[in-house]
Ligand binder design. Structure first.
Ligand code: 0X9
Ligand code: ZN
Length: 422
């Protein structure tokens, strides 16, 4: 019997169990041969029948693959990895324990007696909306809301616009977070950065004042609000949108495989049950469609950043394929990424790797970064925030402020360079 046939039979024997995460583990496999990588890819294709969740997809030799394994699939995965002889170890022993810790920590930190408390806890959609409304009031001279539309479940999607003037010929920047629902550090970091830029503006910090004189900054904290809400109410580790799929019981599309540039190519699944499902068509998701309806109206879009987690990477186009041609302004884009990484490093010594998305991470088509670059954003990035796997998507909330602080420094370094070069 061939190996893959053996795996297929085992797949039929395993009974998938839904529900919460008791006795779930995350294991890290580091493929040391090309054969390991191929086998891990094959395993990933069959992930849904074992309820495996590839927190980090298979890439190349030497690059870690993180797989969340339910108790029902432990013997299967052990056997499969022993058979292909790929080295692995337990990365997170008790996924449910981390989720419970986060719940308990939030209960202690949820209070907002003073303003700074807001960043001591992860925030629900309702809390984010209330905080945003306060922010718009507080900084009325520079801040306004832009209505983008609604999500599939009818939640309103509003971007914030930081702009102290209506000067003609202004350049624009778009920052978005929370496109993947479970990556909670993303909206939290983006809110931290936004708040700090506004504080600096209000305290007359010259660099921020001068920057906003030439650039309008648009910010969307939660790009996938239905998914984000679902991570609070039902499933902490949900990634996709919440729209139904015709002919399937599985819900949701990966919104970061749904953008209308090179849609449906490599690294995007045609299976609605997959976590990387590309959707029924390009921009099938109302959340993606709303932004696609707005972004091209920005005539001078200079920079686009989509915040994700985890792995500490700064990635740039093209991400859709390793065989895509190099982007024309590769040198400048790489140098800008280097400046962001250096800025981040100066704060606490957190190290980021930078590089082409398809090569440094993996090819994935239909991504927001490729789309933004395709419509003319000179600098387009995905920033994969901390950590590198100790907690993964379950980064403790006492990491919000340090992550916010260092990422803010990186972004300010980018603004400085942008102003010198565009
Ligand atoms: O796979 C993704 O969508 C991103 N990584 S994550 O672990 N947060 O899911 C990376 C996207 C990189 N960009 C493109 N490949 N276009
Ligand atoms: Zn992501």
């Amino acid at each position: 019997m061939t190996r893959s046939w053996a795996v297929f039979v085992l797949c039929l024997l395993s009974v998938a169990q839904g529900g919460q995460y008791s006795n779930y583990q995350v294991i890290r496999v580091v493929p040391s041969t090309k054969e390991h990588v191929l086998q891990l890819h094959a395993l990933e294709l069959r992930q849904t029948c074992h309820q495996l969740d590839f927190w980090m997809s298979a890439r190349t030799v030497g690059k870690a693959v993180d797989i969340m394994v339910p108790p029902t699939a432990k013997s299967y995965i052990n056997l499969a990895l022993d058979t292909i002889k790929a080295p692995y170890h337990v990365l997170i022993n008790d996924v449910d324990g981390l989720i419970q810790n986060q719940r308990e920590s939030r209960a202690l930190n949820v209070k907002t007696d003073d303003e700074d408390d807001f960043f001591k806890a992860y925030r629900t959609i309702a809390e984010i909306e209330a905080w945003t409304a306060d922010l718009v009031n507080k900084y009325a001279d520079v801040l306004s809301e832009v209505d983008l539309g609604t999500s599939y479940e009818g939640q309103s999607m509003k971007a914030l616009k930081m702009s102290p003037n209506n000067k003609s010929g202004k350049k624009q920047i778009w920052l978005e977070g929370g496109i993947h629902a479970r990556e909670w550090i993303s909206p939290a970091t983006l809110m931290y950065i936004t708040n700090k830029i506004l504080e600096k503006y209000a305290s007359n910090a010259v660099d921020v004042i001068e920057f906003l004189d030439e650039y309008d900054i648009y910010v969307l904290f939660v790009t996938n609000p239905d998914g984000y809400r679902y991570t609070w109410t039902d499933d902490r580790l949900w990634r996709k949108t919440r729209s139904p799929n015709e002919g399937s019981d599985c819900i949701g599309t990966d919104p970061n495989r749904n953008w209308p540039y090179e849609w449906g190519g490599e690294g995007a699944s045609t299976n609605p049950c997959s976590d990387t499902y590309r959707g029924s068509s390009a921009a099938s998701e109302p959340e993606v469609k709303s932004i696609v309806g707005f972004l091209p109206q920005l005539e001078n879009l200079k920079m686009f950043i989509d915040f994700h987690s985890y792995s500490q990477l700064i990635l740039y186009p093209w991400g859709y394929s390793e065989s895509a041609p190099p982007i024309p302004n590769l040198e400048e884009v790489h140098y800008m990424a280097d400046q962001i990484a250096s800025g981040i490093y100066t704060v606490d010594g957190t190290e980021y790797k930078i590089g082409n998305s398809a090569k440094l991470l993996y090819p994935a088509s239909g991504g927001s970064d490729d789309y933004a670059y395709s419509i003319g954003a000179d600098f387009s990035y995905v920033i994969e925030l901390p950590d590198t796997g100790t907690y993964g998507f379950l980064l403790p909330e006492d990491m919000i402020i340090p992550t916010g602080e260092e990422t803010y420094t990186g972004i300010i370094a980018a603004f400085k360079l942008l102003k010198q070069t565009t």
